[in-house]
Design a protein around this ligand. Structure first.
Ligand SMILES: *Cc1c(COP(=O)(O)O)cnc(C)c1O
Length: 379
């Protein structure tokens, strides 16, 4: 049972959709799939902008989001409050951008005021992009993209480039309403399909920047993907079977509806957090900045890696560990994508069993499941 923030569980009908012989990617049949999934991706992103599909993991989509719209030496503001914010800064530096990092302690959200101050001070309009992670998967923190983006809009010049890998398909990311310029995501997270596809939504303003951007690019040159997408085609051989999966998964999402998808993730998050609190374990992220995809827990009186080990061996539930300096200090419960109320009750029940086995005495047995069930009963 995958309770990690990616790869996430894949529904049986999506797995079955993939279990077919590939078809030619220049065929009319494939073009029909390409047209359908492109339209449905726009629906998911709540946008009229282009949404392009890459054969890449989420990091490939992030890299494409930088190299297509910027030039060496460009000044960018990067938000870093975890592993993925840090990755943005590393990609930007690898391409010779002038990176100004706004950081927050891991486990805390980025402070929008710091972005406001730097953007307001930039009267020369030297800042070409503000680059942030919406849901910081390494810590379970949801950054306030909406507010930070308002300051980017007030600046007028800078693009907003955002990693929505664990927020898209889990919480509201209205690309057009907010005016998000470049939005990167990946298939093995909220999309409910296996790893292998990256997605980048691109605004008209970003395409304007593309025209003058000089960073080197070839495979990830989004202009090629846009041109071919207009003919329902791809510049390079796409992973045809993953497109079958994408087609099936997007149809499932449409049947559920965006509001229901967001409400379900909200419910799963609230139930998980209530359960963890009832077990007497501290949560790593504050209530008002909780990721819809992942809940990080500080098992202060037991070892996080031991918790994960018992969860896996005895209960067959895979949790994620802490990354870098958080290894052994936190564990993370993924509740992203194809996850239902029952999955949370199972995982929380298994966690209570695990804590008993490890001799943890901080909680009344059953308190976690009871707290989660109460959230479900009231929502
Ligand atoms: C998973 C993830 C990525 C992408 O990682 P890949 O391993 O390249 O797919 C990027 N950002 C966030 C926030 C993620 O959770």
């Amino acid at each position: 049972m995958l309770m990690i923030p990616g790869p996430t569980p894949v529904p049986e009908q999506v797995l079955l959709a993939m279990a077919k012989h590939p078809i030619g990617h220049r065929s009319g049949d494939f073009s029909k799939i390409m047209e359908e999934v492109t339209n449905n991706l726009k629906w998911l992103h709540q946008t009229q902008n282009d949404v392009l599909i890459l054969t890449a993991s989420g990091t490939g989509a992030m890299e494409a989001g930088i190299i297509n719209f910027l030039s060496a030496g460009d000044r960018v503001l990067v938000g870093d409050n975890g592993k993925f914010g840090e990755r943005w800064a590393l990609v930007a530096k690898a391409y010779g951008l002038q990176v100004d990092v706004i950081s927050a302690e891991w486990g805390k959200p980025l402070d929008p005021e710091e972005f406001r101050a730097k953007l307001e001070a930039d009267t020369e309009k030297a800042i070409k992009a503000v680059i942030i992670t919406h849901s910081e998967t390494s810590t379970g923190v949801l950054n306030d993209l909406e507010t930070i983006n308002k300051y980017v809009k007030a600046h007028g010049e800078a693009l907003i480039i955002v990693d929505t890998v664990t927020s898209l398909g889990a919480s509201n990311v209205p690309v057009d309403e907010w005016g998000l310029d470049v939005v990167a995501s990946g298939s093995q997270k909220g999309y409910m399909i296996p790893p292998g596809l990256g997605f980048v939504a691109v605004s008209p303003k970003a395409w304007k920047a593309y025209e003058t951007a000089t960073l080197p690019k070839f495979y990830l040159d989004l202009g090629k993907y846009k041109k071919d997408a207009a003919k329902n085609s791809n510049p390079f051989t796409p992973p045809v079977n993953l497109f079958y999966a994408l087609q099936a998964a997007l149809n499932m999402m449409k049947a559920e509806g965006l509001e229901n998808i967001f409400a379900r993730h909200q419910r799963l998050t609230q139930a998980t957090r209530a359960a963890v609190k009832a077990m007497g374990l501290p949560l790593f992220a504050p209530d008002d900045a909780a990721s819809p995809a992942i809940t990080a827990v500080i098992p202060d009186r037991v070892d996080a890696e031991q918790v994960r080990s018992v969860m896996k061996k005895r209960y067959d539930v895979l949790l994620a560990g802490g990354q870098d300096h958080l290894k052994g200090k936190i564990f993370r419960i993924g509740h992203l994508g194809f996850v239902c109320d029952r999955d949370i009750l199972s995982a929380i029940g298994a966690l209570e069993g695990t804590l008993q086995e490890l001799g943890y005495e901080g909680a009344v047995p059953g308190a976690g499941v009871a707290a989660a069930a109460k959230v479900f009963a009231n929502s």
